[in-house]
Design a protein. Sequence first.
Length: 136
Amino acid sequence: MRRTHVVALLLVLAIGLLATGCLDGTDQTATPDEVVGKVPVATTDTGASDLPALKLTGDAAAGKAVYTTNCGGCHTLADAGTTGNVGPNLDDSKPSTELIVTNVTNGKGAMPPFGESLTAQQIADIAAYITQSTGG
């Protein structure tokens, strides 16, 4: 019986010590003494202004061929006759030119980036084609 009391007392003390250090209503985070590497800086700029395709005039006719080859397997677009369902239905979402250029160049979610496999002109052409086709 005495052993049970000692164990119970130790348990109560341990819980009390934990509660005083952890349950005071403040958040505790680990903070390194020294930062190695670069610390990311939050910014409101999406980098869209740095995308070369935004400075170009796209050709919607050329964009249809590039879209069909690179985008149609994942996206639905009635004008192209594509019915992909991995990415958003472009007829419904009607994306803006800036959004198209940003996502095609950099990728987003499951969508891979095409900024290194397509030229800036091809990306501008895709954007022109999609916005013309959807009224986006």
